[in-house]
Each structure stands twice: as C-alpha cells, then as structure tokens.
Design a protein around this ligand. Structure first.
Ligand SMILES: [Zn+2]
Length: 397
C-alpha cells in the first residue's frame, strides 16, 4: 500500500490531523471512530466499543487503523527537517511529546551517509597526498628502514604489498609496547611509506566537532608505498653481515636500541602494575628513571627492580587515605630508590626471564639478533655491554 492520503479530517478540540491511506468508506469510518476525541481530549470510544459497533474483532480494528490511517500535529516534528511525526496507534499519539524536536529516522540516515562520505573522502585524500610524495629507498634513514622492516615482518602480507591493522594482529609483536607500535606506524605514515588503505574501516576515522579529524592507527590498514622488490632489497641490506658492522657505527642505531630497551621496561612496568590493579600512564619522569637504570643494568635486571617497586606500590595502596592513582605514581620513585641503593651497595640484581605475555618483538629481533648477532641480547645485557663488541662476539659464539 503506497502512502497516498485520499481524505483529511480534523478531529475536534485538538490540533490533531487525521489522514487516511484508503478510500474504502467503512475503513475510513472505523478510523474516524478510533481517533475521535471527546471534549476532555480523551478518545471517545474504546476499541472494544468500535469492534462491537462494526462486528469486527478488536485486533482487526487495531490492524486496520494502523495500516490505513495516521495522525500528526504540526508542533510535534523532527528537530531538523521539521516534518511532523506520524502516529499510527493511540499509544504512540499519547506519548507524542517524547518525539518533540527529536531527529527523525530519515534525517539520522542522511546524517550517517554524510559522515560516511566525509570519512571516505578523508581516507582517499590522505592516500592521494602520500602517493604524491613517495620517498626513494636511498633517502631513508636507518631508523625508518628498521621500522619499515619490523612492520613488514609483523603485519605485512606474503606479497609485501599490504600492512594489516595492528588491532587485527596478535601473533607477532611489532615492538615491545603497544604505544610504541603506534609511534612506529605514525613515523612511517609521516614518511609517506604507508599509504592508508581504501579498505580501512571508516570507524578508524574520528571526526571532532571543530571540523578536525583523527585516525585511529590501530584500526587502519595500509599499502606499502615501496615496490616489493625495494622491500626485499631493504631486507637484504639489513640482513647482510657486512653491512651490519656499518649499521652499528651509525649513532641512530644506539638510539634505537635504547628506545627498544626502554619500551621493554615500560611494557613490563604497565604489566607489573596491572597485576596489582594499578595503572600508570608513563611520562617523562618514568622514562628518565628507566633510562638511568638502563645505563647500569640489563632489561632482565630492571624487570626485578620494577617488580619489587610495583609490589611496594600495591602495599602502599592498601594504607588508609592512599588513592590507587597516587599509589601507582609512587612506583617510579620506588624504582629510582632501588636503583640507587643497588648501585651504592654494589648489589648484583637478579635477572628475570621474559614474561610470557611480553615475548620478544620483531623490532628487538632485528636490532639485537640480526644486526648485533646476539640471542635476545637486548634483554639479557646492558646496551653498553652489547655496543662495546666483546659481548657480541662472546654471545654469538
Ligand atoms: Zn527529519
């Protein structure tokens, strides 16, 4: 049945407008009786009375009325398109105030379509901009090359053309810490090496009210801007024993190793606190204390310092008047104190093993296994031990 009103009537004493979707006289009469209101605004007849009057079952009356008529009021309309809401049952009509100025379904759908189109445009414009600025393999710095290789190994497909979204993948770890994973991808996007995929789900694009937008990197898929042959050339360069000795001499290499170790510590810090239901968003202070620790100890030993410091923070949280946030923040001071005491007393800090939940990442394997030629040396040894060469030779034997 198409909605083609054939007759219109105005019920008395209200502004209710009644319309019919049929020209059958008896159906129209039933609808008029159904919607008729008395002086006091109540419906004049009950459905039972109407059913009795026409010799039809009550449920058939309701179906007829709902199918062949509707009512509306010009003050109960959509807040956007101003079209009046249509009511097909008495219950809907009695609750009409609830609809006042609400956005109607068709306006909601139009708004949704507009948002989807805007997000698709953002994705395609981001991609077009990056495609027009592809870097050449020769101009890439060492950090970018290693980030790209780690990303390709972890999230890349067999054909070396696409990068799956971080949130879809959990078999291999890109870097030691999820926040660092995003830093790596962000770096590669800024270098125009990752082109956002047109298959990226539009939910990955977040629009803000001021017209700005943000991309949820973990939800995004990418295509590699380099040709697969170029990616293979890059792998050959990093996996070559002769170039490895040159790579180690580049200052950025030591920086990258340090960053990887620091993130091993940050990831374990979050894990250790989480086991005590304490949460911390590490900032500059935490990074600085852990950097000091890394000058003296291996990541395996710093795990021990972190574990004890988190335990102390948990005990501290149980004291009266101490909030969990305050207790979590105390962990950094605890680590610092343990480090100073250990150094002052020449303690030999116990080395922990890798936690089952924090396996070695792809980035760490490239840095410490492939280039430095150790077996997870980035975990077992302090960086200065690895970079001076002796430890490398002894551990790779
Ligand atoms: Zn509307």
């Amino acid at each position: 049945m198409t909605e083609s009103p054939t007759q219109t009537a105005t019920a008395p004493a209200t502004t209710m407008q009644l319309e019919f979707l049929t020209d059958d006289d008896e159906t129209v009469r039933i609808c008029v009786d159904y919607w008729r209101q008395a002086e006091n605004g109540r419906f004049a007849l009950t459905v039972r009375e109407i059913a009795h009057l026409y010799g039809i079952r009550r449920d058939a009356i309701s179906t007829l009325v709902e199918t062949y008529s509707f009512v509306w009021q010009d003050d109960i309309c959509c807040g956007r398109c101003k079209n009046p809401y249509r009511f097909s049952t008495r219950t809907q009509y009695q609750n009409r105030r609830w609809f006042q100025d609400r956005i109607c379904l068709s306006c909601q759908e139009a708004e949704h379509r507009e948002i989807v189109n805007r997000k698709k445009t953002i994705i395609s414009e981001m991609r077009r901009s990056a495609e027009g600025n592809k870097p050449s393999l020769e101009n890439l710095d060492l950090i970018t090359k290693i980030y790209l290789l780690a990303t390709t190994q972890t999230l890349g497909n067999e054909n070396l053309t696409t990068i799956e979204s971080l949130n879809d993948y959990s078999i291999l770890k890109l870097s030691p810490d999820p926040d660092y994973d995003k830093t790596i991808l962000r770096h590669l996007i800024q270098q125009n090496l990752l082109l956002i995929s047109l298959d990226t789900h539009i939910e990955a694009v977040q629009l803000s009210e001021d017209g700005q937008f943000a991309i949820e990197i973990g939800e995004s898929k990418f295509n590699l801007a380099l040709h697969p042959d170029q990616v293979i050339a890059l792998m050959n360069e990093i996996y070559n024993a002769e170039t490895a000795s040159e790579i180690i001499q580049v200052p950025e290499f030591a920086e990258l190793c340090h960053e990887a170790q620091l993130n091993e510590c940050l990831a374990f810090l979050k894990l250790a606190l989480g086991k005590h239901r304490l949460y911390l968003s590490p900032g500059k202070k935490t990074r600085q204390v852990l950097t000091q620790c890394l000058e003296h100890f291996s990541v395996a030993q710093i795990y021990c310092l972190i574990w004890r410091a988190a335990k102390d923070a948990a005990a501290y949280s149980l004291r009266p008047g101490i909030g969990r946030r305050h207790a979590a923040n105390s962990v950094v001071g605890n680590i610092s104190r343990y480090m100073e005491t250990a150094l002052a007393n020449g303690w030999d800090i116990k080395a922990f093993r890798r936690d089952y939940d924090l396996p070695q990442s792809s980035l760490s394997r490239i840095l410490f296994n492939v280039v430095l030629g150790t077996d997870d040396g980035g975990f077992k040894y302090a960086l200065h031990e690895l970079l001076d060469g002796d430890r490398r030779m002894s551990t790779s034997l």
